[in-house]
Design a protein around this ligand. Sequence first.
Ligand SMILES: [Zn+2]
Length: 661
Amino acid sequence: MTSNFSKSEEIQSEEGFIIIKLRKREDKTLMKRNPFALFIILCSVSLLLFSSTLGGKSAVSKRSDIADRYKWNLTDIYPDWKTWEADLNKLQDLIDQFVALKGTLAQGPEQVLQAMRISDEMGRAIDHVYRYASLSLDLDQRNNDINANMQQVRITWSKFSTALSWFNPELLTLPKETMMAWMDQNKDLNLYRFALSDLYRQQEHVLDENGERLLSYFSRVSSTPDEVFNALSTADIKFPTITLPSGQEVQLTPATYQGLLSTDRDRADRQAAFKAHLATYADNANTYAAIYNSILQRDWAEAQARNYATTLDASLFGNSIPTSVYENLINTVKRGTAPLRRYYDLRKKALKLDAIDLYDGRIPLVDFDKKYEYDDAVKDVIEAVKPLGKTYQDRVSAGLNSRWVDVYESEGKTPGGYSSGVYRVHPYILMNYNNTIEEVFTLAHEIGHGLHSILSQETQPYVYSGYTLFVAEVASTMNEALLLDYLLDKSKDPKERIMLLQRSIDNILGTFFTQVLFADFELQMHRMVEQGEPITAEVLSKTYYDLLKAYYGDSAELDELYRLTWARIPHFYERPYYVYQYATSFAASAWLAQSVMSPDKQKRDAALDRFTTLLKSGGNNYPMEQLKKAGVDMSQPEVVQAVLDRTNDLVGRLEAELEKM
Ligand SMILES: [Zn+2]
């Protein structure tokens, strides 16, 4: 079972649209290639938009000038590189021991157990040597010695995955009944019941040797459309330079374009920039359509080859998610877009515009430029998580005060932010803290991931210590919601409250509404291919535009060029049927937050208990089952409704604040 992942979100605003883009790090490859050990989440959020516009950024410091208490402490993993090297060598021994077990599994449960245990130990060791090297490298990417050590990890990694390759095929030659009986007999082996049962379940769609060989000939071809998309949209694309109505000359790269949309108060400028930027995609619409069509055709061919009824079935099978969850999500949101429209109406009024379009969706409603010192942010985050109970709060406090976080930017340091849990050590949080409100929320978000990791790792054996993306954002977004409520309560400044409410609503638009709209689009297009209907630029544009109209109705003008938005969404090409998980995680979190913040103490305590159980459960079951235990049934409309209600509440509060101005 590979329910591990590494995620790194780069959030870019797209006129009220936020694209969460996967940064390609080696973690992704690491995860994919490991057949059963579970790795630990690495989530990264870099809110480029706000950090670039709201400012507060100081000059880049030398690392040696930063006080130790603002730097994470890697000696908690290894005291020095020598110890690291010893563990790397130990890993080599483990690999040899594991390979020696080849051909013995049929002898009995003891042999299977031994293989599982060594595999866990290898997983733990590779996790530690990899993380130590990669966390060190992220502090200074120019360091050649660390780069060389990283190379060593890669070489060992490749030996490790080769060493593992015999295991699944050999295990699966044993009848499932035999394995189940062995687990009944052997208590220690029974620990691996979920992981082993899942291997047998996954087998349902694995073909015979001949079939698998044929499919393997096409594996390189399968990744080609994504590569073509990347070449076209990054290497070959030419972004125009225009003179704005206000007289300024700008080249409209995605970064400048997004920056302009959130800072330029002249609507004519925003409109001109939008038209010129989108025209670049319009010029290549047929090429983008051909690339996307090849993705859709590939997905359908693979689904059919592996005997799935639909592409959606194929994509949800891995985590055993019922298709009704996906359908419930898109249907409930499509029916519930009223808060979104209400927000656009409010924006239009607040900005005193005659007409509003999506390119007006990013400009702040008030000018507010307060600096948030890191030490204050730490205090605020600790206070904010109080509703999650004293134990949780104490752990957040202890973590933030014992060098889990590498706070400030320094020369050579990786940009953005993430939380990386190191098994049974503690999470490491990388930030580039620049005194903006966005970074205060990033801290709350990442410490949520951190607590999720540490609770999972303490409670679960290595094999189940990682969790799926489907549940990964529950703790992080819960913390953000709590921080918002705390800061709103605390703030005496109406402008600050407006800014807080606006950024939270924009965040929900980006991580929830937009992702569900994307998910809807992906499903519709895949279904057309399944029904043998032709896919052209016109079909793609019409479907996309119809969805925009269904969401925004008359609340926004929706310029015709927005039809082309599908062409520039990397996830459509890189990770089909992936984005819906941001929305499901968000909904589960909103649903739990409702109960955690309930005025009824009994209800609150019960909800807290279930929330903690969820965080402690790691990857010990399918995500739907884990959530059910936490009282969240993702197939029910009311769970999704919790986000719609929350949005409506926030828009109402924003409206009230604006009226006071
Ligand atoms: Zn996250």
